[in-house]
Design a protein. Structure first.
Length: 196
């Protein structure tokens, strides 16, 4: 006997015996009913596919929970379960606890006027700590003092070009020296600046 010839109740009996074809047929048979029910619903932040999915969840629950002994047809029970699932989804979406999920702002999206993102603002606030700024200034002052007192003029020139991102080869060209000479200068600079 094909699924089309069976009643809804007989299909449910087959589903409970792990008949996947019967499950597919019953879900497909009631898909239009679910569509009708979702047309009357509006849910913030959801589209018709989201509502359809919620309705299908309700239909699945109806198939799972249907009890023939309650003197109610499966169709009536399925409509009730779909409506309840949709109502629950709408009620949940309207709760304030879901507001951040439905109205989020990306950390990386940019404001049209300022062209800055939330991450940029957070990074700026991290750098605006006065204590951190003072400590950084003291460290920078100490480093500048070391560079002025410990490094030769040639080493300072090499360091400046190195900090500008030039390769050893480009630094050698700029200063008319060999790459080995630049490498030796960088090693001396590291050694001198790491001394206490």
């Amino acid at each position: 006997m094909s699924e089309r010839e069976l009643t809804d109740e007989e299909l449910i009996a087959r589903i409970r015996m792990q008949d996947h074809d019967a499950m597919d047929y019953l879900l497909d048979k009631y898909r239009n009913m679910v569509k009708r029910e979702t047309r009357e619903i509006y849910m913030i932040g959801a589209d018709s596919e989201d509502l359809m999915q919620e309705g299908m969840i309700g239909l699945f629950k109806a198939i799972r929970d249907y009890n023939e002994e309650r003197n109610c047809s499966f169709h009536t029970f399925a409509v009730l379960c779909v409506k309840r699932q949709l109502l629950t989804a709408v009620t949940s979406s309207n709760r304030k606890k879901h507001y951040p999920l439905n109205h989020y702002i990306s950390f990386y999206s940019q404001d049209e006027e300022t062209k800055s993102s939330v991450m940029d603002i957070l990074a700026a606030e991290e750098n605006s700590n006065p204590e951190s700024n003072l400590l950084m200034q003291e460290q920078m002052g100490g480093l500048v003092y070391k560079m002025d007192t410990l490094l030769s003029k040639y080493e300072r020139n090499v360091l400046e070009l190195y900090l500008d991102g030039l390769s050893y080869g480009r630094i050698a060209e700029e200063l008319d020296k060999t790459e080995k000479s630049i490498d030796n200068a960088i090693q001396r600079i590291r050694k001198k600046l790491s001394q206490e």
